[in-house]
Design a protein around this ligand. Structure first.
Ligand code: PMP
Length: 426
């Protein structure tokens, strides 16, 4: 196979005809597949079904210290759940609050609290002139939606293989007091799958923000979601921040959405004791307490951090072949043509695909018209605007390997067709 970029116009025109015919064949197959979000497959959800049987009407729904989970109370979570996730996140029991069914909800509430009431006695963001967030790109669309909702201006920061461009992050946060936060997915970033290096974590911990109410929004959504047997370790930000004398810098988030049941799991926030007690003020207005019975169910099912990790190994065995199917197809069909690149993550839920500039929207549209819905092009950038129109997030977990193989055949044809159209138009 010859690189498309090295073809003459006549060769490109011939390729276009060939790809168009292949595309029409696919259209005729009436595929219907939704790959727009990173959802666990039904077999993954089945792994947690025994959790439905761990609590019965015959059980005492009590915590280890005898607290009745059926009643109000314990706003920061039951002790055994706090311990299990403190262990996972590398913080102390006092530095974590176990919340409700969604970490996104906790992130939203945390921004909302800063917006209406301010962080640790600082002026509420709504009373400050400008409020800005740094957004490593490509990134997670729902982080960006929270900023957009509150009218927080988003500034793109390139996400490199070892984390955000820290030269730029340091320069911006130390110069501008209106920069109040940065969204980070340090382990297996959504969508690139990259992991932050030790050096990047240390540089985060040593930031000297001009704004006293600047926080690192450290969304550790995929901290135990490995695809490889010897996963990379991301340095503990909380420890690094304490070492640097900046214990209040991070807000750390996680959940069991892709461990147990998305939407019916438990979520958590971690950070310094000072930050946690500050946040509890808002939390205690908002709720009398979260779902402790679900927390108990999770602890009785997983037991401890080791139990959680063992469960994640079962997920790994289900989803790893799906990631391989995607990567193998891209390597076979697209690599030789020199028209795109993509990531090969060691964990998480996504593969980030970069087409030739100006082709992503067209590829997603072509796929959709032939029955495969992908995450909208542009979604991985603030305001839905990918400046180069290149990035597409591939979410391989939900479809079966057979469906995925079919979808990837179509995807590759659409990539080839869109690229050839672009090259012919140049
Ligand atoms: N953070 C990231 C980086 C995610 O990818 C997702 C799910 N796609 C979430 C948070 C959502 O988590 P939750 O279900 O706990 O709200």
């Amino acid at each position: 196979m010859k690189a498309l970029t090295a073809c003459t116009k006549a060769e490109l025109a011939a390729c276009k005809q060939e790809y168009e015919a292949e595309y029409q064949d696919f259209k005729a197959q009436n595929l219907k597949l939704d790959m727009s979000r990173g959802k666990p497959a039904p077999e993954q959800l089945d792994l947690s079904m025994p959790m439905m049987d761990v609590l019965t009407s015959k059980d005492l729904l009590q915590t280890e210290n005898g607290f009745d989970c059926r009643n109000y109370g314990l706003i920061d979570g039951i002790p055994e759940a706090k311990r299990m996730f403190a262990d996972i996140l590398g913080v102390s029991d006092k530095e974590i609050i176990i919340c409700g069914n969604s970490s996104l909800n906790v992130m939203f509430d945390t921004v909302a609290a800063a917006y209406t009431h301010g962080i640790l006695g600082n002026t509420p963001w709504c009373q400050q002139k400008d409020v800005k967030f740094l957004c490593p790109v490509p990134g997670y669309d729902r982080h960006f939606s929270i900023c957009e909702w509150f009218g927080i201006e988003m500034i793109n920061v390139p996400l490199k293989e070892d984390g955000p461009d820290m030269d730029l992050v340091e320069k911006l946060v130390s110069a501008d007091s209106s920069i109040k936060g940065i969204w980070c997915v340090p382990q297996y970033a959504n969508p690139t799958g990259c992991c932050y290096s030790d050096q990047v974590v240390r540089r985060f911990a040593n930031l000297k923000p001009k704004a006293p109410d600047f926080r690192i929004f450290w969304d550790n959504a995929y901290c135990i979601h490995h695809l490889v047997e010897n996963p990379p370790q991301v340095l503990n930000l909380m420890d690094a921040c304490k070492e640097a004398g900046n214990p209040n810098l991070p807000y750390i988030f996680a959940s069991t959405s892709k461990v147990s049941f998305p939407g019916s799991g438990i979520s958590m926030i971690a950070g310094s004791e000072e930050n946690m007690s500050d946040l509890k003020k808002t939390m205690s207005i908002r709720t009398i307490g979260y779902d402790k019975i679900n927390q108990l169910r999770h602890v009785r099912f997983f037991h401890d951090a080791a139990g959680l990790r063992a469960h994640m190994e079962k997920h790994r065995l289900i989803i790893r072949p799906k990631f391989e199917a995607v990567i193998n197809k891209l390597n076979a069909d697209i690599r030789p043509l020199g028209i795109a690149d993509w990531t090969e993550p060691k964990g998480g839920y996504f593969i980030s695909f970069n087409s030739m500039p100006g082709c992503a929207k067209r590829i997603v549209q072509l796929c959709k018209e032939a029955g495969v819905t992908l995450t909208g092009a542009g979604a991985t950038y603030p305001y839905g605007k990918d400046p180069e129109d290149r990035n597409i997030r591939i979410a391989p977990t939900y479809p079966s390997v057979a469906e995925l193989t079919k979808a990837m055949e179509l995807f590759c044809i659409c990539v080839k067709l869109a690229s050839v159209e672009k090259l012919l138009a140049e």
